[in-house]
Design a protein around this ligand. Structure first.
Ligand code: 2M8
Length: 438
Protein backbone atom coordinates (compact mmCIF):
# COMPACT_ATOMS: atom_id res chain seq x y z
CA UNK A 1 0.00 0.00 0.00
CA UNK A 2 2.86 2.34 0.81
CA UNK A 3 4.15 1.70 -2.71
CA UNK A 4 0.83 2.74 -4.21
CA UNK A 5 0.86 5.99 -2.22
CA UNK A 6 4.38 6.69 -3.44
CA UNK A 7 3.30 6.12 -7.03
CA UNK A 8 0.28 8.37 -6.55
CA UNK A 9 2.47 11.15 -5.16
CA UNK A 10 4.69 10.81 -8.22
CA UNK A 11 1.70 11.29 -10.51
CA UNK A 12 0.69 14.44 -8.67
CA UNK A 13 4.22 15.76 -8.64
CA UNK A 14 4.62 15.24 -12.36
CA UNK A 15 1.35 17.04 -13.09
CA UNK A 16 2.18 19.98 -10.78
CA UNK A 17 2.77 23.24 -12.66
CA UNK A 18 4.20 25.46 -9.91
CA UNK A 19 0.89 26.83 -8.63
CA UNK A 20 -1.75 24.34 -9.78
CA UNK A 21 -2.05 20.79 -11.13
CA UNK A 22 -3.18 19.75 -14.60
CA UNK A 23 -5.62 16.81 -14.64
CA UNK A 24 -3.62 14.88 -17.25
CA UNK A 25 -0.70 15.59 -19.58
CA UNK A 26 -1.72 16.35 -23.17
CA UNK A 27 -5.40 15.54 -22.73
CA UNK A 28 -6.19 18.25 -20.14
CA UNK A 29 -3.30 20.75 -20.06
CA UNK A 30 -4.92 23.55 -17.96
CA UNK A 31 -6.49 24.00 -14.53
CA UNK A 32 -9.94 22.46 -14.14
CA UNK A 33 -12.24 23.60 -11.35
CA UNK A 34 -13.51 20.44 -9.60
CA UNK A 35 -10.36 18.50 -10.49
CA UNK A 36 -8.39 21.05 -8.47
CA UNK A 37 -10.67 20.49 -5.49
CA UNK A 38 -10.14 16.71 -5.49
CA UNK A 39 -6.44 17.12 -6.22
CA UNK A 40 -6.01 19.43 -3.21
CA UNK A 41 -7.36 16.67 -0.95
CA UNK A 42 -4.59 14.35 -2.14
CA UNK A 43 -1.90 17.03 -1.95
CA UNK A 44 -2.93 17.88 1.62
CA UNK A 45 -1.68 14.49 2.81
CA UNK A 46 1.92 15.17 1.87
CA UNK A 47 2.25 18.88 1.06
CA UNK A 48 -0.28 21.26 2.58
CA UNK A 49 1.43 24.28 1.05
CA UNK A 50 0.73 22.91 -2.41
CA UNK A 51 -2.85 22.03 -1.48
CA UNK A 52 -3.50 25.60 -0.38
CA UNK A 53 -1.80 26.97 -3.47
CA UNK A 54 -3.96 24.77 -5.71
CA UNK A 55 -7.14 26.26 -4.22
CA UNK A 56 -5.84 29.82 -4.11
CA UNK A 57 -4.83 29.68 -7.77
CA UNK A 58 -8.35 28.61 -8.68
CA UNK A 59 -9.97 31.25 -6.49
CA UNK A 60 -7.75 33.97 -7.96
CA UNK A 61 -9.57 33.45 -11.23
CA UNK A 62 -12.99 34.09 -9.66
CA UNK A 63 -15.07 36.68 -11.49
CA UNK A 64 -16.43 39.88 -9.95
CA UNK A 65 -19.88 38.29 -9.59
CA UNK A 66 -18.61 35.28 -7.60
CA UNK A 67 -18.59 32.89 -10.58
CA UNK A 68 -15.70 30.40 -10.79
CA UNK A 69 -14.95 29.11 -14.31
CA UNK A 70 -14.56 25.45 -15.20
CA UNK A 71 -11.18 25.88 -16.95
CA UNK A 72 -8.51 28.47 -16.19
CA UNK A 73 -6.05 28.87 -19.04
CA UNK A 74 -2.95 29.88 -17.08
CA UNK A 75 -0.63 28.53 -19.71
CA UNK A 76 -0.50 28.17 -23.48
CA UNK A 77 -1.14 24.76 -25.02
CA UNK A 78 -2.42 23.58 -28.36
CA UNK A 79 -3.21 20.05 -27.24
CA UNK A 80 -6.79 20.84 -26.12
CA UNK A 81 -9.95 22.03 -27.83
CA UNK A 82 -11.82 24.28 -27.13
CA UNK A 83 -9.23 26.71 -25.79
CA UNK A 84 -9.45 30.31 -24.51
CA UNK A 85 -10.02 31.84 -27.94
CA UNK A 86 -13.08 29.72 -28.40
CA UNK A 87 -14.60 30.25 -24.95
CA UNK A 88 -14.12 34.06 -24.99
CA UNK A 89 -15.00 34.51 -21.31
CA UNK A 90 -14.11 38.21 -21.54
CA UNK A 91 -17.50 38.71 -23.22
CA UNK A 92 -18.99 38.73 -19.73
CA UNK A 93 -18.65 42.13 -18.01
CA UNK A 94 -17.53 40.59 -14.69
CA UNK A 95 -15.00 38.13 -16.12
CA UNK A 96 -11.50 38.27 -14.66
CA UNK A 97 -9.23 40.55 -16.65
CA UNK A 98 -6.17 38.80 -15.25
CA UNK A 99 -6.93 35.21 -16.22
CA UNK A 100 -8.25 33.64 -19.39
CA UNK A 101 -10.99 31.13 -18.69
CA UNK A 102 -14.12 29.44 -19.90
CA UNK A 103 -17.53 31.01 -19.23
CA UNK A 104 -19.15 27.86 -17.85
CA UNK A 105 -18.59 26.35 -14.41
CA UNK A 106 -18.35 22.94 -12.69
CA UNK A 107 -19.75 21.26 -9.55
CA UNK A 108 -19.01 23.50 -6.52
CA UNK A 109 -16.73 21.26 -4.46
CA UNK A 110 -14.43 23.86 -2.87
CA UNK A 111 -16.55 24.34 0.28
CA UNK A 112 -16.25 20.70 1.31
CA UNK A 113 -12.66 20.55 0.09
CA UNK A 114 -11.74 23.26 2.61
CA UNK A 115 -13.29 21.14 5.34
CA UNK A 116 -11.33 18.11 4.10
CA UNK A 117 -8.12 20.16 4.30
CA UNK A 118 -9.03 21.04 7.88
CA UNK A 119 -9.61 17.34 8.65
CA UNK A 120 -6.28 16.29 7.14
CA UNK A 121 -4.13 19.15 8.47
CA UNK A 122 -1.79 18.44 11.35
CA UNK A 123 -1.21 22.15 11.91
CA UNK A 124 -4.78 23.20 12.69
CA UNK A 125 -4.06 26.86 13.43
CA UNK A 126 -2.30 27.29 10.09
CA UNK A 127 -5.20 25.79 8.14
CA UNK A 128 -7.71 27.86 10.10
CA UNK A 129 -5.80 30.98 9.08
CA UNK A 130 -5.97 29.82 5.48
CA UNK A 131 -9.68 29.10 5.68
CA UNK A 132 -10.26 32.57 7.12
CA UNK A 133 -8.43 34.00 4.15
CA UNK A 134 -10.47 32.27 1.43
CA UNK A 135 -13.86 31.27 2.86
CA UNK A 136 -15.69 34.45 1.82
CA UNK A 137 -14.76 33.82 -1.81
CA UNK A 138 -16.42 30.43 -1.65
CA UNK A 139 -19.44 32.00 0.03
CA UNK A 140 -19.62 34.54 -2.83
CA UNK A 141 -19.59 31.65 -5.26
CA UNK A 142 -22.60 30.05 -3.56
CA UNK A 143 -24.34 33.44 -3.52
CA UNK A 144 -23.73 33.65 -7.27
CA UNK A 145 -25.46 30.29 -7.74
CA UNK A 146 -28.51 31.11 -5.63
CA UNK A 147 -28.93 34.55 -7.17
CA UNK A 148 -28.31 33.65 -10.81
CA UNK A 149 -28.99 29.95 -11.36
CA UNK A 150 -32.35 29.52 -9.64
CA UNK A 151 -34.84 31.51 -11.74
CA UNK A 152 -37.94 30.19 -9.94
CA UNK A 153 -36.41 30.58 -6.49
CA UNK A 154 -36.79 26.86 -5.76
CA UNK A 155 -33.55 26.26 -3.89
CA UNK A 156 -32.23 24.16 -6.79
CA UNK A 157 -29.67 25.58 -9.21
CA UNK A 158 -29.45 24.76 -12.88
CA UNK A 159 -26.56 23.97 -15.18
CA UNK A 160 -26.77 25.11 -18.80
CA UNK A 161 -24.10 22.91 -20.33
CA UNK A 162 -23.21 19.24 -20.00
CA UNK A 163 -19.60 20.31 -19.38
CA UNK A 164 -20.87 22.06 -16.24
CA UNK A 165 -22.10 18.71 -14.90
CA UNK A 166 -18.65 17.09 -15.02
CA UNK A 167 -20.37 13.97 -16.41
CA UNK A 168 -19.98 15.19 -19.97
CA UNK A 169 -21.56 12.60 -22.26
CA UNK A 170 -23.85 10.82 -19.82
CA UNK A 171 -26.89 9.24 -21.53
CA UNK A 172 -28.92 11.51 -19.26
CA UNK A 173 -28.38 14.32 -21.78
CA UNK A 174 -29.43 12.30 -24.86
CA UNK A 175 -33.10 13.30 -24.84
CA UNK A 176 -32.14 16.98 -24.58
CA UNK A 177 -29.71 16.79 -27.46
CA UNK A 178 -32.22 14.90 -29.60
CA UNK A 179 -34.41 18.01 -29.50
CA UNK A 180 -31.64 20.40 -30.51
CA UNK A 181 -30.90 21.14 -34.11
CA UNK A 182 -27.20 21.91 -33.88
CA UNK A 183 -25.25 22.88 -36.99
CA UNK A 184 -22.26 20.83 -38.06
CA UNK A 185 -19.21 22.79 -36.98
CA UNK A 186 -15.81 22.65 -38.52
CA UNK A 187 -13.18 22.24 -35.83
CA UNK A 188 -10.19 20.20 -34.93
CA UNK A 189 -10.69 17.96 -31.95
CA UNK A 190 -7.62 17.21 -29.85
CA UNK A 191 -8.98 14.72 -27.32
CA UNK A 192 -9.18 11.91 -29.87
CA UNK A 193 -5.47 12.35 -30.60
CA UNK A 194 -4.78 11.30 -26.99
CA UNK A 195 -7.53 8.74 -26.36
CA UNK A 196 -9.25 6.06 -28.47
CA UNK A 197 -12.35 7.76 -30.00
CA UNK A 198 -14.41 4.75 -28.82
CA UNK A 199 -13.86 6.04 -25.30
CA UNK A 200 -14.78 9.68 -26.03
CA UNK A 201 -17.94 11.61 -27.07
CA UNK A 202 -18.96 11.56 -30.74
CA UNK A 203 -18.57 14.41 -33.26
CA UNK A 204 -22.35 14.94 -33.21
CA UNK A 205 -22.19 15.35 -29.44
CA UNK A 206 -19.36 17.89 -29.77
CA UNK A 207 -21.53 19.84 -32.24
CA UNK A 208 -24.19 20.10 -29.54
CA UNK A 209 -21.62 21.11 -26.92
CA UNK A 210 -20.37 23.92 -29.17
CA UNK A 211 -23.85 24.99 -30.16
CA UNK A 212 -24.92 25.58 -26.54
CA UNK A 213 -21.73 27.55 -25.99
CA UNK A 214 -22.41 29.64 -29.09
CA UNK A 215 -25.79 30.63 -27.69
CA UNK A 216 -24.25 31.65 -24.35
CA UNK A 217 -21.49 33.57 -26.11
CA UNK A 218 -23.97 35.36 -28.33
CA UNK A 219 -25.56 36.70 -25.15
CA UNK A 220 -22.23 37.49 -23.51
CA UNK A 221 -22.72 34.74 -20.93
CA UNK A 222 -25.60 36.70 -19.45
CA UNK A 223 -27.33 34.45 -16.91
CA UNK A 224 -30.81 35.87 -17.41
CA UNK A 225 -30.62 35.41 -21.16
CA UNK A 226 -29.23 31.92 -20.76
CA UNK A 227 -32.06 30.96 -18.40
CA UNK A 228 -34.48 32.26 -20.98
CA UNK A 229 -32.92 30.81 -24.11
CA UNK A 230 -30.52 27.94 -23.50
CA UNK A 231 -31.89 24.67 -24.90
CA UNK A 232 -29.96 22.91 -22.13
CA UNK A 233 -31.19 23.83 -18.64
CA UNK A 234 -31.00 21.06 -16.06
CA UNK A 235 -31.26 20.61 -12.29
CA UNK A 236 -28.58 18.00 -11.75
CA UNK A 237 -28.56 15.89 -8.54
CA UNK A 238 -24.75 15.66 -8.58
CA UNK A 239 -24.23 19.40 -9.01
CA UNK A 240 -26.84 20.29 -6.39
CA UNK A 241 -25.45 17.67 -3.99
CA UNK A 242 -22.04 19.29 -4.26
CA UNK A 243 -23.58 22.69 -3.52
CA UNK A 244 -25.48 21.33 -0.51
CA UNK A 245 -22.47 19.43 0.84
CA UNK A 246 -20.36 22.57 0.43
CA UNK A 247 -23.06 24.74 2.08
CA UNK A 248 -22.88 22.45 5.11
CA UNK A 249 -19.09 22.65 5.21
CA UNK A 250 -19.17 26.44 4.98
CA UNK A 251 -21.69 26.59 7.84
CA UNK A 252 -19.44 24.41 10.00
CA UNK A 253 -16.29 26.29 9.02
CA UNK A 254 -17.84 29.71 9.75
CA UNK A 255 -18.84 28.29 13.10
CA UNK A 256 -15.28 27.10 13.68
CA UNK A 257 -13.66 30.42 12.88
CA UNK A 258 -16.40 32.34 14.70
CA UNK A 259 -16.74 35.03 12.06
CA UNK A 260 -19.37 36.36 9.62
CA UNK A 261 -22.45 35.18 11.45
CA UNK A 262 -24.58 36.81 8.75
CA UNK A 263 -23.07 34.58 6.04
CA UNK A 264 -23.67 31.55 8.20
CA UNK A 265 -27.31 32.55 8.75
CA UNK A 266 -27.81 33.00 5.00
CA UNK A 267 -26.21 29.65 4.25
CA UNK A 268 -28.53 27.96 6.71
CA UNK A 269 -31.55 29.45 4.95
CA UNK A 270 -30.32 28.30 1.53
CA UNK A 271 -29.50 24.92 2.94
CA UNK A 272 -32.89 24.23 4.43
CA UNK A 273 -34.70 25.29 1.28
CA UNK A 274 -32.37 23.35 -1.01
CA UNK A 275 -32.60 20.10 0.91
CA UNK A 276 -36.39 20.29 1.03
CA UNK A 277 -36.71 21.05 -2.69
CA UNK A 278 -34.15 18.39 -3.59
CA UNK A 279 -36.10 15.73 -1.73
CA UNK A 280 -39.46 16.85 -3.09
CA UNK A 281 -38.50 17.34 -6.70
CA UNK A 282 -35.61 15.07 -7.57
CA UNK A 283 -36.47 11.75 -5.92
CA UNK A 284 -38.23 9.18 -8.10
CA UNK A 285 -40.10 6.64 -5.95
CA UNK A 286 -40.52 4.20 -8.79
CA UNK A 287 -36.83 4.16 -9.72
CA UNK A 288 -35.73 4.33 -6.09
CA UNK A 289 -33.12 7.04 -6.69
CA UNK A 290 -32.63 10.74 -7.34
CA UNK A 291 -32.79 11.80 -10.97
CA UNK A 292 -32.18 14.87 -13.14
CA UNK A 293 -34.85 17.43 -13.96
CA UNK A 294 -34.96 19.00 -17.43
CA UNK A 295 -35.97 22.55 -16.59
CA UNK A 296 -36.17 23.64 -20.22
CA UNK A 297 -38.64 20.93 -21.21
CA UNK A 298 -40.26 20.70 -17.79
CA UNK A 299 -39.84 17.01 -17.15
CA UNK A 300 -37.84 14.53 -15.14
CA UNK A 301 -35.17 12.55 -16.96
CA UNK A 302 -35.90 8.98 -15.95
CA UNK A 303 -32.44 7.45 -15.89
CA UNK A 304 -30.28 6.25 -13.03
CA UNK A 305 -26.63 7.18 -13.13
CA UNK A 306 -23.95 7.24 -10.45
CA UNK A 307 -24.93 10.90 -9.90
CA UNK A 308 -28.23 9.54 -8.54
CA UNK A 309 -26.46 8.28 -5.42
CA UNK A 310 -24.23 11.28 -4.66
CA UNK A 311 -26.94 12.86 -2.43
CA UNK A 312 -25.80 10.25 0.13
CA UNK A 313 -22.50 12.12 0.36
CA UNK A 314 -24.37 15.37 1.05
CA UNK A 315 -26.62 13.80 3.71
CA UNK A 316 -29.77 14.67 1.74
CA UNK A 317 -32.02 11.55 2.06
CA UNK A 318 -33.41 10.33 5.35
CA UNK A 319 -32.39 6.84 6.50
CA UNK A 320 -35.43 5.20 4.93
CA UNK A 321 -34.82 6.74 1.56
CA UNK A 322 -31.12 5.97 1.81
CA UNK A 323 -32.03 2.31 2.29
CA UNK A 324 -34.18 2.43 -0.85
CA UNK A 325 -31.28 3.94 -2.76
CA UNK A 326 -28.94 1.23 -1.58
CA UNK A 327 -31.41 -1.44 -2.71
CA UNK A 328 -31.51 0.20 -6.16
CA UNK A 329 -27.73 0.49 -6.26
CA UNK A 330 -27.23 -3.18 -5.43
CA UNK A 331 -29.96 -4.34 -7.81
CA UNK A 332 -28.82 -2.33 -10.82
CA UNK A 333 -25.08 -1.79 -10.35
CA UNK A 334 -24.08 -4.60 -7.99
CA UNK A 335 -23.63 -7.69 -10.20
CA UNK A 336 -20.89 -9.86 -8.72
CA UNK A 337 -18.89 -9.83 -11.94
CA UNK A 338 -18.77 -6.02 -12.01
CA UNK A 339 -16.67 -3.68 -9.97
CA UNK A 340 -18.53 -0.83 -8.30
CA UNK A 341 -19.68 1.68 -9.32
CA UNK A 342 -20.51 2.08 -13.00
CA UNK A 343 -21.30 5.68 -13.97
CA UNK A 344 -24.51 4.66 -15.71
CA UNK A 345 -27.17 2.03 -15.07
CA UNK A 346 -25.66 -1.25 -16.35
CA UNK A 347 -29.14 -2.71 -16.95
CA UNK A 348 -30.00 0.03 -19.45
CA UNK A 349 -29.48 -0.37 -23.19
CA UNK A 350 -27.69 2.98 -23.15
CA UNK A 351 -24.96 1.59 -20.91
CA UNK A 352 -21.50 1.43 -22.49
CA UNK A 353 -18.72 0.12 -20.22
CA UNK A 354 -15.88 1.84 -22.12
CA UNK A 355 -17.35 5.17 -23.19
CA UNK A 356 -16.42 7.92 -20.76
CA UNK A 357 -19.43 8.90 -18.60
CA UNK A 358 -21.77 6.33 -20.20
CA UNK A 359 -20.69 3.43 -17.99
CA UNK A 360 -17.07 3.36 -16.79
CA UNK A 361 -16.10 3.75 -13.13
CA UNK A 362 -14.74 7.11 -11.95
CA UNK A 363 -12.71 7.36 -8.76
CA UNK A 364 -14.05 10.77 -7.68
CA UNK A 365 -17.61 9.45 -7.69
CA UNK A 366 -16.53 6.27 -5.89
CA UNK A 367 -14.81 8.38 -3.25
CA UNK A 368 -18.05 10.25 -2.59
CA UNK A 369 -20.14 7.09 -2.61
CA UNK A 370 -17.80 5.44 -0.13
CA UNK A 371 -18.06 8.37 2.26
CA UNK A 372 -21.80 8.74 1.82
CA UNK A 373 -22.58 5.05 2.30
CA UNK A 374 -20.40 4.93 5.39
CA UNK A 375 -22.10 7.95 6.93
CA UNK A 376 -25.44 6.18 6.64
CA UNK A 377 -24.02 3.02 8.17
CA UNK A 378 -23.94 0.90 5.00
CA UNK A 379 -20.43 -0.20 5.83
CA UNK A 380 -20.22 -3.39 3.81
CA UNK A 381 -21.20 -1.67 0.57
CA UNK A 382 -19.06 1.35 1.43
CA UNK A 383 -15.96 -0.79 1.81
CA UNK A 384 -16.78 -2.68 -1.35
CA UNK A 385 -16.72 0.62 -3.25
CA UNK A 386 -13.50 1.64 -1.56
CA UNK A 387 -11.74 -1.69 -2.04
CA UNK A 388 -12.84 -1.95 -5.66
CA UNK A 389 -11.34 1.49 -6.31
CA UNK A 390 -8.02 0.57 -4.74
CA UNK A 391 -7.92 -2.84 -6.43
CA UNK A 392 -8.51 -1.35 -9.88
CA UNK A 393 -5.77 1.24 -9.49
CA UNK A 394 -3.37 -1.26 -7.97
CA UNK A 395 -3.97 -3.70 -10.83
CA UNK A 396 -3.62 -1.35 -13.75
CA UNK A 397 -2.66 2.19 -12.72
CA UNK A 398 -3.96 5.72 -12.26
CA UNK A 399 -6.30 5.88 -15.23
CA UNK A 400 -9.00 8.44 -15.86
CA UNK A 401 -11.79 5.80 -15.86
CA UNK A 402 -12.20 2.04 -15.63
CA UNK A 403 -14.26 -0.68 -17.30
CA UNK A 404 -16.50 -2.25 -14.60
CA UNK A 405 -16.25 -5.83 -15.99
CA UNK A 406 -14.03 -7.90 -13.70
CA UNK A 407 -13.27 -10.64 -16.21
CA UNK A 408 -11.32 -8.18 -18.38
CA UNK A 409 -8.60 -7.59 -15.87
CA UNK A 410 -5.37 -9.45 -16.55
CA UNK A 411 -1.79 -8.32 -16.09
CA UNK A 412 -1.82 -6.74 -19.54
CA UNK A 413 -5.07 -4.83 -19.07
CA UNK A 414 -5.16 -1.12 -19.65
CA UNK A 415 -7.54 1.40 -18.18
CA UNK A 416 -9.59 3.94 -20.09
CA UNK A 417 -9.11 7.58 -21.08
CA UNK A 418 -6.00 9.40 -19.87
CA UNK A 419 -3.13 7.85 -17.92
CA UNK A 420 -1.57 9.25 -14.75
CA UNK A 421 -4.78 11.09 -14.04
CA UNK A 422 -4.50 13.50 -11.13
CA UNK A 423 -7.76 13.08 -9.20
CA UNK A 424 -7.47 9.29 -9.37
CA UNK A 425 -4.04 9.57 -7.72
CA UNK A 426 -5.16 12.22 -5.22
CA UNK A 427 -8.24 10.38 -3.97
CA UNK A 428 -6.45 7.03 -3.76
CA UNK A 429 -3.96 8.74 -1.42
CA UNK A 430 -6.89 9.89 0.70
CA UNK A 431 -8.55 6.45 0.71
CA UNK A 432 -5.30 4.70 1.63
CA UNK A 433 -4.33 7.20 4.27
CA UNK A 434 -7.49 6.50 6.15
CA UNK A 435 -6.24 2.97 6.78
CA UNK A 436 -3.34 4.38 8.75
CA UNK A 437 -5.53 6.49 10.96
CA UNK A 438 -6.41 5.21 14.45
C1 2M8 B 1 -13.77 16.03 -18.65
O1 2M8 B 1 -14.32 17.18 -19.26
C2 2M8 B 1 -13.62 18.01 -20.21
C3 2M8 B 1 -14.43 19.28 -20.40
O2 2M8 B 1 -14.52 19.96 -19.19
C4 2M8 B 1 -13.39 17.36 -21.56
O3 2M8 B 1 -13.86 16.25 -21.81
O4 2M8 B 1 -12.71 17.98 -22.38
C5 2M8 B 1 -14.75 15.59 -17.56
O5 2M8 B 1 -14.48 14.29 -17.13
C6 2M8 B 1 -14.74 16.58 -16.39
O6 2M8 B 1 -15.51 16.11 -15.33
C7 2M8 B 1 -13.31 16.84 -15.92
O7 2M8 B 1 -13.31 17.85 -14.95
C8 2M8 B 1 -12.38 17.21 -17.08
C9 2M8 B 1 -10.91 17.29 -16.66
O8 2M8 B 1 -10.53 16.15 -15.97
O9 2M8 B 1 -12.47 16.27 -18.13
Amino acid sequence: MKELVKKAIKVLESNWQGNFTIPCKGLYPFQWNWDSGFIAIGLAHFDMTKAKKEISTLLNAQWGNGFIPHIIFHNESDTYFPGPDYHCAHLHPHASNKYKSSGITQPPVIGFVLQELYRIATNKSDIIRYIEEVIDKVYQNHKYFYENRDPFNEGLVYIYHNWESGTDNSPVWDSIFEKINSPEYNFKRRDTAHVDPEQRPSKKEYDHYLHILEIAKKHHYDDEKIAELSPFLVQDPLFNSMLIKSNQSLIELYDLIGKKQENMAQLKKWQEKSIRAFNEKLFDEELGAYIHYDLRNNKSIKYISSSSFTPLYAGIPNQNRALKMVTTLIEKFGREDNYLCASFDPTSNKYNPVKYWRGPIWININWMLYKGLKNYGFNKLAYQVKNDSIELVEKIGFYEYFDPRKELYTNESKGLGGTDFSWTAALIIDLLNENQMP
